[in-house]
Design a binder for this molecule. Sequence first.
Ligand SMILES: *[C@@H]1O[C@H](CO)[C@@H](O)[C@H](O)[C@H]1NC(C)=O
Ligand SMILES: *[C@@H]1O[C@H](CO)[C@@H](O)[C@H](O)[C@H]1NC(C)=O
Ligand SMILES: *[C@@H]1O[C@H](CO)[C@@H](O)[C@H](O)[C@H]1NC(C)=O
Ligand SMILES: *[C@@H]1O[C@H](CO)[C@@H](O)[C@H](O)[C@H]1NC(C)=O
Ligand SMILES: *[C@@H]1O[C@H](CO)[C@@H](O)[C@H](O)[C@H]1NC(C)=O
Ligand SMILES: *[C@@H]1O[C@H](CO)[C@@H](O)[C@H](O)[C@H]1NC(C)=O
Ligand SMILES: *[C@@H]1O[C@H](CO)[C@@H](O)[C@H](O)[C@H]1NC(C)=O
Length: 358
Amino acid sequence: MGNNVIFTLLTILYFFIYVVTSLNSSTDEYALLAFKYQITSDPNKILAKNWSQGTSFCNWIGITCGTRHQRVRGLNLANMGLGGTIAKEIGRLSFLRSLVISNNNFHGFIPDEMGKLSQLREIEMQYNELSGNIPTSLGFLENLQKLNLSYNGLIGDIPYMIFNLSSLVESSFGSNSLSGSLHTDICYNLPKLEMLRISKNQISGNIPPSLGKCTNLKLLSLSYNNFAGSIPMEIGNLSKLEILNLAQNNLIGDLPSTIFNITSLLQISVGVGNKISGKFPEDPCNRATMLETLQISHNKFHGEIPPSLLQYHALQNLDITGNEFTGNIPNEIGNLSTLQGLYLGINGLSDCDLDGYH
Ligand SMILES: *[C@@H]1O[C@H](CO)[C@@H](O)[C@H](O)[C@H]1NC(C)=O
Ligand SMILES: *[C@@H]1O[C@H](CO)[C@@H](O)[C@H](O)[C@H]1NC(C)=O
Ligand SMILES: *[C@@H]1O[C@H](CO)[C@@H](O)[C@H](O)[C@H]1NC(C)=O
Ligand SMILES: *[C@@H]1O[C@H](CO)[C@@H](O)[C@H](O)[C@H]1NC(C)=O
Ligand SMILES: *[C@@H]1O[C@H](CO)[C@@H](O)[C@H](O)[C@H]1NC(C)=O
Ligand SMILES: *[C@@H]1O[C@H](CO)[C@@H](O)[C@H](O)[C@H]1NC(C)=O
Ligand SMILES: *[C@@H]1O[C@H](CO)[C@@H](O)[C@H](O)[C@H]1NC(C)=O
């Protein structure tokens, strides 16, 4: 082979490398422009004015690029009043780590192509008008730490694979129209999960006992759904839990006494719409001393108000209305110095011992 041939081949090779490298970032620009063209409402003309092809997209509003290469790392367009659908080309922003488009009017489906964004750490899409199913492909985002899809119009199941994302720390699906039930193995691969909000949907079935394996949970909110069956004892294994909200479901059975093993608890809400029965559990060791809110109204608790309930000296809100408690209201209730709200109505209680707490 002559030198000329080698030179020509090398030139072609370099040209090819040049095309591939520059293609990467022009792909980001292409994807962003495709995203822009599907935005049909931009009342403050933020993107219309700012996202112009004359300037580098790394300087466009809401875009953060990596320091070493000019690739899009962050797309943050929260609170801009934007409307339109999410372009599937978003799946080409292959270096994207953070996608925040919350508090806008995006509608239509969440594109399947988002499942290709393997670097994604954070998705915040709350407060939009997104519809359709949560794409199963989101279950491939194995670096995802924060997922917020709350306050949209999403339907169908929460794909099981999302609960197999072992990096997940915070997840919110609240205030959609999601249905189906939670997988029995929900917490087998969620060692870091701290927040699970599913409230205000139509999820049915039992509360899976395996939730007790999400041992880093601080907030568990399943309220305003159609959960049935009893509250699993295993909830008591959530030793870092601060907020437990199971209100407005179809739960029956006892309130498991294991709940009071959780020393970090600030709030227990199991009120309204449930049919939890039995006596209110004793907490002989008085562990849950930080408890501020106990909302157990409109259930079927009976028996006397246990004196142990009055050991919670941090209690600010106590609502036991609409149960079948009997006997006297213990005098010691007057010792709960931080109490701000106290609701005892429609029980079989005698208030003859009560001074000033009606
Ligand atoms: C372009 O993408 C290729 C693979 O898709 C990658 O190997 C290369 O490092 C990228 N170049 C730049 C400048 O990002
Ligand atoms: C777009 O917005 C950014 C950030 O506010 C600003 O620095 C830049 O100059 C703007 N570019 C144009 C073309 O308006
Ligand atoms: C869950 O994730 C692990 C890896 O973390 C993987 O091996 C397994 O196949 C996944 N299971 C499902 C049902 O996706
Ligand atoms: C999701 O957004 C809602 C509404 O802004 C907020 O209350 C919730 O804490 C957020 N959850 C996560 C995991 O960021
Ligand atoms: C979880 O709780 C149950 C019942 O309260 C108990 O039998 C079990 O050993 C606990 N599991 C772990 C892993 O701590
Ligand atoms: C949890 O609570 C149950 C019932 O109240 C009790 O038998 C058990 O010993 C407790 N476990 C721990 C670890 O405190
Ligand atoms: C409640 O306070 C009174 C004094 O106001 C005290 O005598 C009594 O021992 C206290 N009871 C409890 C259970 O702390």
